[in-house]
Design a binder for this molecule. Structure first.
Ligand code: FES
Length: 139
């Protein structure tokens, strides 16, 4: 992962590679980082759903897709792309050194961090308005 928004490049959390599951997720760094394994690759993202910011380590993983446990938004774990709304989970830099996984500790979330909810609501509003403009009783 190339970026993750950390300003403290020296802060790294290490865990054994064997502790990183495939087909599930775990949380690290006080719940700030979501970690999993996809096709043998370790992936790490900010652990905050783009919908309303829920932690997702207890989400359902199947076929490389993570489903948020709160309201079921879905993400492709390989790249963090949201497939039920706009946006992408913020990647967190992670490396594998032998049997150890090193995760760069991201900054704590800021109070003004806002998920893509505003963008999703705006897109939905535009679709509804477009539908309302063209809707007729006869179909
Ligand atoms: S917080 Fe994840 S889907 Fe709503």
């Amino acid at each position: 992962m190339a970026s993750g928004g950390s300003s403290d490049a020296d802060a790294v959390e290490r865990i054994p590679l064997a502790a990183v599951p495939a087909g599930a997720c775990i949380a690290l760094v006080d719940g700030r980082v979501l970690l999993s394994r996809v096709d043998g690759e370790v992936v790490a993202y900010r652990n905050a759903c783009l919908h309303r910011g829920a932690a997702m380590e207890d989400g359902f993983v199947r076929g490389g897709m993570l489903t948020c446990p709160a309201h079921l938004w879905r993400y492709r774990l390989a790249d963090g792309a949201c497939v039920t709304g706009p946006g992408q989970l913020a990647p967190v830099p992670v490396t594998v050194d032998g049997d150890t996984v090193e995760v760069v500790v991201p900054d704590p979330p800021r109070a003004d961090d806002s998920p893509a909810q505003d963008e999703a609501v705006s897109a939905m509003r535009m679709r509804l308005l477009e539908h309302a403009r063209t809707w007729t009783r006869d179909g």
